[in-house]
Design a protein around this ligand. Structure first.
Ligand code: PGA
Length: 251
């Protein structure tokens, strides 16, 4: 499957940023930019926002070409899981996407590779598209373990089977590149994306989108997107600035 035949996707990850007032400005900029300039059938744009702002986001973006989602989901359907949010609840707010296994969840909330796969499965069961994030730390990167780490993180996800994996999006986010201003070079990222693509191809799911994340900005987006196995971006810091985010999407 060539890159030309796969869609493009740029997703913003707001992380724990925003307020009702700030979001209103950002969302209205995203909405009006996209009603003027059609992103085209092959390019999709979305934002993953904090849970409390899903209602605001859904209302602001309804009817626009910008989709929305959340940054985490419970692996459980419902029940005594204080503080958790189920996939069905996200569906109530017309979410399209949900991140699973962002490196900050893995690092600060002890999410294991299996827990991430369980969350992805729960998301699929409610008709959401999980965006499963993988990536190595700086120490793992420097000791040449990158591909081993990626394969280990992917294993329980791929074990969900081809039918499930075909309905996911994957994101490669080297931890050392997140929020550091130090993006992977297009060649570095491509090497890992090609390895992920090979794993997907072995399962018969080579068409799955694989995003790159980690200090993506307007200035480096086009060179990353020129790589054959990079299908778009998961954007943190730059997603909070409407103009910057829209320039990445335009790239
Ligand atoms: P960044 O974050 O773009 O700020 O590096 C990316 C992410 O964590 O998804």
């Amino acid at each position: 499957m060539t890159q030309q035949s796969r869609a493009r996707l740029v997703l913003g990850n707001w992380k724990m940023h925003g307020s009702l007032a700030q979001n209103a400005v950002l969302l209205s900029a995203l909405r009006s930019a996209n009603t003027e300039a059609d992103a085209g059938p092959h390019a999709q744009v979305g934002v993953c926002v904090p849970f409390p702002y899903l209602a605001q986001t859904a209302q602001a973006l309804q009817g626009s070409v910008v989709s929305w989602g959340a940054q985490d989901v419970s692996a459980h359907e419902q029940g005594a899981y204080t503080g958790e949010v189920s996939a069905a609840m996200l569906k109530d707010f017309a979410c399209r996407w949900v991140l699973a296994g962002h490196s900050e969840r893995r690092a600060y909330h002890g999410e294991t590779d299996q827990a991430v796969a369980d969350k992805a499965r729960a998301a699929l069961q409610s008709g959401l598209t999980p965006v499963v994030c993988v990536g190595e730390t700086l120490a793992e990167h420097e000791s040449g373990q990158t591909l081993d780490v990626i394969r280990r993180q992917l294993a329980p996800v791929l074990a969900l089977g081809a039918q499930a994996v075909a309905r996911m999006v994957l994101a490669y986010e080297p931890v050392w590149a997140i929020g550091t201003g130090r993006s992977a070079t297009p060649e570095q990222a491509q090497q890992v994306h090609a390895a992920i693509r090979a794993e997907l191809a072995a399962l018969g799911t080579a068409q799955v989108l694989v995003l790159y994340g980690g200090s993506v900005k307007a200035a480096n987006a086009a060179s990353l997107f020129a790589m054959p196995d990079i299908d778009g971006a998961l954007v943190g810091g730059a997603a909070l600035i409407a103009e910057e985010f829209l320039r990445i999407a335009a790239a």
